[in-house]
Write a protein that binds this ligand. Structure first.
Ligand code: ADP
Ligand code: MG
Length: 690
């Protein structure tokens, strides 16, 4: 569908201008200079020719086929022009002009009107208020864009709403002499969307890696679905900015307070299998490596260098990124001992010395490529004047072109004096980085992608023992309440097979005693009223009550302290000695729910040691959550403490995920704490807000 947008046979420019500094001129210049292979049709009622090309008064006068029409005219003329394009049979319109929904309701109305017309003719709109597209495919060379970066043909495709950032990324590649495949920046994106373009790029054989930048997601689920499909086909690298607007939120529950404002986007990235970045420089460098290198099979890196320090810097970064530096195999060691200088350091990193020759680099590279101990290679290469650096570069490029294992190169040189050496590497497709850390990080990103590919696929469990209908009747009864009463909450948890201690609800003190007798001592008594949120803060929790007297005293005290007409007593079996953990969920409009897990008590309060995921949480993701908190070791038991039942927690997370998925009206849900034992886990406190 987007094929004709990116491979147009003819491009018209409506609003073509003879003025050098006008977009309607620049687009024509760009098409010409970039060597566009199709027909170019300037449309201008007053000009006969623009930039030496015959101009037409109306698009309807154009003799040839027009697949793409640029519009560089004031907003108010756009609807009429769209109508003409419809009559002409134009398939796509790139609207460079602004003055639409980005300016307010009036502009939004124009956008609505032209979009309606476009739909009637089956025209797809790109933009408005956008740059446009570029396709560097030698058979197309479409530069339907007014920017100024002319890419070589390449394998990296860029898609972003923000023209500014898309262009920064594009220039980043260009500065490294790395080509681009397709470039698309669609501004307001009123019709053709980022997810749709990602889908197109996923299917585009010439695109080896997709790079995108987002500030906020217009259609989070659409983006998620497209990205999830795309990441199965090729790497998708993304950056999200605007993360400091988080702002602490006053929320009734922990889950609400702990979830950062833009967390959902991060979670969407993660769940979709995107390799995410927080720094555009790192993103650019990684994309360069992805654009030319195969995916590593694992995380074991071999380093070759002719200078010591840079390899040390890189090693730190690599290890932080989760890579390992295994020793050389016996065979590699023997081979290098025979071939390298006697003073060379024959371990990992291998130091061939500054005097190391092309033969030395070659033998090292070939040995490491063949050595099963390594999944990827980092080459440090400084260019001393006393060796034939072009010959070394040729050796590196030659091995790289075999594409056996991914390789990146930290080239340390004076680019002006050693331009020939650099050119050999780049023409050989070797990703070259001036800084050791940049090379290491790019390699780290490749390994990150490997880890994503290796993630267990995961399955959303279905539960035979879940009573959705039973829970629904409780929700129906609770209709109108924003915070459910304790008995309602616990009935819902029980319907979803979530373990809770035996409990009873009592209207008065005598009722509380009767409830305690029925449950059996020791018990806990808790105050329940609409106005009571944090019970213990208000004296509303009394634990470990051993007999009827204790229950009576506790209940009486609560009655004195808490001034609430609807006060009732929630009596519950006392279950001491567990490890307290917290589980929660929070509705995320347009996405579903965030689900949270962490250690309870001070770990939540002080360390904020919690992890999140998005519904529906799969079994693999639930497991990853339980293992993913920083204090996870505490769950396994330290210094003689008993481990807790992680399997029960994994089960609990999935049941919680199912509950909030089935009942989207749940705004926030907190299980705080859940007591985790060596066998089993029970929720002793629960809150549900609608
Ligand atoms: P709130 O969070 O509203 O203050 P909780 O119901 O969480 O009240 O109770 C406060 C604390 O009391 C819990 O964090 C837990 O340590 C303890 N507690 C509550 N119920 C039980 C129970 N049934 N068994 C053991 N300890 C409990
Ligand atoms: Mg609590």
């Amino acid at each position: 569908m987007l094929d004709t947008l990116f491979n147009p046979k003819g491009v018209a420019v409506i609003g073509a201008s003879g003025k050098e500094l006008h977009i309607g001129n620049r687009v024509i210049k760009n098409l010409l200079d970039f060597g566009y292979q199709g027909g170019i049709y300037p449309i201008n009622p007053k000009a006969d020719e623009i930039r030496g090309i015959k101009a037409y008064k109306s698009i309807l006068d154009v003799p040839g086929q027009v697949d793409v029409a640029h519009m560089v005219i004031p907003a108010k003329f756009v609807p009429m022009a769209v109508e003409d394009c419809g009559k002409k049979g134009v398939k796509h319109i790139i609207i460079n002009s602004g003055g639409f929904s980005e300016t307010g309701p009036e502009g939004a109305e124009i956008e609505r009107v032209f979009l309606e017309k476009a739909k009637a003719y089956g025209i797809r709109i790109f933009g408005p208020n956008c740059q446009g597209i570029i396709n560097s495919d030698p058979a197309v060379r479409a530069y339907c864009n007014f920017t100024f970066t002319f890419p070589d043909a390449g394998h990296i495709s860029i898609v972003a709403l923000s023209g500014g950032v898309a262009e920064v990324i594009h220039q980043g590649f260009s500065a490294m002499d790395v080509g681009t495949r397709i470039y698309a920046s669609n501004g307001n994106a009123c019709d053709i969307s980022i997810p749709e373009i990602i889908q197109y790029l996923a299917d585009d054989d010439g695109t080896r890696v997709i790079v995108t930048y987002v500030e906020g997601l217009k259609d989070p689920m659409g983006f998620f679905e497209a990205a999830r499909q795309a990441t199965k086909q090729k790497p998708v690298l993304a950056m999200k900015a605007g993360r400091t607007m988080e702002g602490a939120k006053a929320a009734a529950s922990h889950t609400g307070g702990l979830a950062r404002e833009d967390l959902a986007t991060d979670l969407i990235f993660k769940k979709a299998g995107i390799v995410d970045f927080r720094d555009e420089g790192h993103l650019i460098n990684a994309a360069v490596a992805f654009g030319s290198q195969p995916v590593p099979r694992g995380n074991r890196v071999g380093i070759i260098t002719n200078t010591g320090g840079p390899a040390v810097i890189a090693t730190d970064i690599l290890v932080d990124a989760g890579l390992t530096l295994p020793p050389l195999s016996g065979k590699t060691k023997a081979m290098l001992t025979e071939k390298l200088y006697p003073e060379a350091s024959i371990s990992n990193p291998v130091d061939v010395l500054a005097t190391g020759t092309a033969e030395h680099y070659l033998v090292c590279l070939e040995a490491m490529m063949a050595d099963d101990s390594f999944d990827c290679i980092l080459v440090h290469f400084v260019t001393p004047f006393f060796v034939d650096t072009e010959k070394i570069a040729t050796a590196i490029a030659q091995v790289n072109q075999q594409q056996i294992k991914p390789m990146v190169c930290n080239l340390m040189t004076d680019r002006r004096q050693w331009a020939g050496t650099e050119a050999i590497l780049k023409e050989g497709g070797v990703p070259c980085f001036a800084l050791p850390s940049d090379a290491a990080r790019a390699l780290g990103a490749l390994v990150r992608y490997r880890n994503i590919l290796d993630r267990p696929p995961g399955r959303v469990r279905t539960f035979g023992d879940v009573d959705t209908a039973g829970a629904r009747t409780v929700f129906v009864k609770a209709n109108g309440r924003s915070m459910l009463a304790a008995d309602q909450v616990y009935e819902i948890l029980e319907a979803y097979g979530i373990d809770v201690p035996e409990w009873r609800m009592a209207d008065d003190i005598d009722g509380a005693i009767a409830a305690a007798e029925a449950i059996g001592y020791p018990v806990v008594v808790k105050a329940d009223a609409a106005s009571v949120v944090h019970k213990s803060d208000m004296g509303g929790v009394a634990v470990n009550l051993a007999d009827a007297d204790a229950v009576k005293n506790a209940a009486r005290k609560m009655k004195e302290q808490i001034d609430a007409a609807d006060l009732r007593f929630f009596v519950q079996q006392f279950v001491p000695g567990g490890r307290e953990v917290i589980l929660g969920a929070k509705a995320e409009p347009g996405v579903g729910h965030l689900v949270m897990f962490g250690l309870g008590g001070i770990f939540v309060e002080v360390l904020k040691d919690v992890v999140f995921n998005l519904t529906p949480v799969t079994d693999a993701e639930a497991r990853e959550m339980v293992d993913g908190i920083r204090t996870s070791a505490l769950l396994d038991g330290v210094r003689g403490e008993k481990p807790v039942d992680k399997t029960a927690l994994v089960d609990l997370i999935q049941r919680l995920s199912k509950l909030v998925t089935d009942f989207p009206q749940i705004r926030e849900l907190d299980l705080n704490p859940v007591m985790a034992f060596e066998k089993g886990a029970v929720a002793v406190d629960a809150r549900i807000a609608l």
